[in-house]
Design a protein around this ligand. Structure first.
Ligand SMILES: Nc1nc2[nH]cnc2c(=O)[nH]1
Length: 448
């Protein structure tokens, strides 16, 4: 396949690259082969050959090729309650709404129905890769992995461990630490077998829910499993002051230090939220090469604070973007990147919790749409060690083709188009989505 048209691709956290009419060639393995500019000697011949072979796709006017988005934090089973009960504090929301909903995934037919609905919805929003929390149930989690395989999304999938009887209801609890470790190992094997069988981009992830819901034995065992199988790890870290207090009261350490103590902060770990991370925590994340999944919409509800994106990036901490369905109400990373920019500006002007006393803001907190775009693409890819998130040779051909709905009314320099796409794109503007060079979504009724 050869794509011809305009594109935007992140260079780093502060620069985006624009091409006005390049050819992007994709090889038979689904990797980007070449990016050929009109000034290159073989531009015309490659274009003609692609046209003759009927593999040239010319982007229509006012549409743009972007890397697919990478959502670093999705609670797949919470999809049926997206947008509900967000006026409750985290602990109350978990116990009253979320755990009872997640308990229903003991029924794998229910899981099938939800996951077959969620995955196409995420693809329609431009999300080509997602890092998922499942539930405690093996069969339901396999339904999630199968749904990723069915629809062609790249999925990282974790069987949730929550075995602490003090913090979990009897109706929704991993029975014991031994069960947590054996069950996780069994799930790892099953997902790896599915990946082989279906040639699917699905990867198992070690998933202690968060420190309060796990016993020390489970945390230790999961750290060892991750090391033995060289697996990615995900959890929540310092999402709220309540979570931080829990770590101090029970372990006499900071939340990040507890996770580190059990071998859960590695270069393959992605920790959600981090709104309360201290500078020493950020330095620990940097040392361990652990990533943060920034979930700005959810943080407005449950973190009650703003994660300091610039401060983390300046300390060389890996950061990507997460929707945190359903702590965040929307499957769209566009809406999350908008919120990332908005929240960063609130922090600049002094509503950050740590600064309220003297009403001073935090200098250099403001981020731009360029940085937010980086988080949703290259930042997420770096966090997962994926060659994705940029339109450059040897990277995976995970794309979205988006339409600029206001092109005829507003300025049309590259910078303006880029910002407009970031702020105004909805699923109705996402014409097509590709993973590994295969089309996995196209807008119904759209003939382009
Ligand atoms: N936002 C959020 N935080 C959590 N902490 C532990 N579980 C959860 C969850 O499901 N959502």
């Amino acid at each position: 396949m050869v794509f011809q048209g305009a594109s935007f691709s992140p260079q780093d956290a502060y620069h985006v690259h624009f091409e006005s009419n390049a050819l992007l060639t994709v090889d038979h393995t689904g990797l980007i082969d070449r990016l050929i500019r009109p000034s290159d000697a073989d531009y015309t011949s490659v274009r003609q050959a692609a046209q003759a072979a009927d593999i040239l796709q010319i982007l229509p006017a006012h549409t743009y090729l972007l890397p697919g988005f990478i959502d670093l934090h999705v609670h797949a089973p919470q999809w049926p309650q997206a947008g509900l009960a967000l006026d409750r504090p985290l602990n109350d929301w978990l116990n009253t709404h979320t755990f009872p909903l997640e308990a229903r995934y003991a029924d794998s037919q229910f899981a099938h129905r939800v996951y077959q609905h969620l995955i196409p919805e995420l693809l329609a929003n431009g999300t080509t890769t997602a890092l998922y929390f499942g539930t405690i149930h093996h069969d339901a989690n396999l339904e999630l992995a199968r749904a990723c395989a069915d629809y062609g999304q790249r999925g990282y999938i974790g069987q949730v461990v929550m075995d602490n009887p003090d913090q979990t209801p009897a109706t929704y609890r991993t029975p014991s630490a031994t069960d947590a470790i054996n069950g996780t190992e069994k799930f790892v094997m099953a997902v790896q077998a599915l990946a082989k069988q279906r040639h699917a981009a699905v990867t198992p992830v070690i998933t202690p829910r968060f420190v309060p819901s796990c016993t020390p034995a489970a945390l230790a065992g999961l750290g060892q499993l991750a090391q033995r199988y060289d697996l990615p790890i995900q959890s929540h870290c310092s999402e709220s002051t309540w979570e931080d207090q829990y770590a101090q009261e029970h372990f006499h350490r900071r939340d990040a230090e507890v996770l580190d103590h059990f071998g859960l902060l590695t270069s393959r770990s992605v920790m959600a939220h981090g709104t309360q991370l201290s500078t020493s925590d950020l330095d620990l994340f940097h040392q361990r090469q652990t990533a943060v999944a920034h979930c700005p919409i959810s943080n407005a509800y449950f973190g009650n604070a703003v994660f300091p994106v610039n401060q983390a990036l300046h300390r060389d901490v890996k950061v990507g973007l997460g929707s945190d369905l359903s702590g965040g109400f929307t499957p769209s990373l566009y809406r999350n990147l908008q919120q990332a920019v908005m929240a960063s500006q609130m922090r600049q002007d002094g509503v950050d919790a740590a600064q309220v006393a003297d009403k001073r803001g935090v200098k250099d907190s403001r981020i731009s749409a360029t940085t937010a775009f980086y988080l949703a693409t290259k930042g997420g890819a770096t966090s997962l060690h994926l060659q994705a998130g940029q339109l450059i040779p040897s990277y995976t051909a995970d794309f979205q083709i988006v339409h600029d709905r206001y092109a005829t009314l507003m300025p049309n320099d590259a910078g303006s188009i880029f910002e407009r796409l970031m702020y105004h794109t909805t699923p109705a503007d996402i014409k097509a989505v590709y993973v590994r060079g295969q089309r996995v979504h196209h807008l119904k009724g759209d003939h382009n």
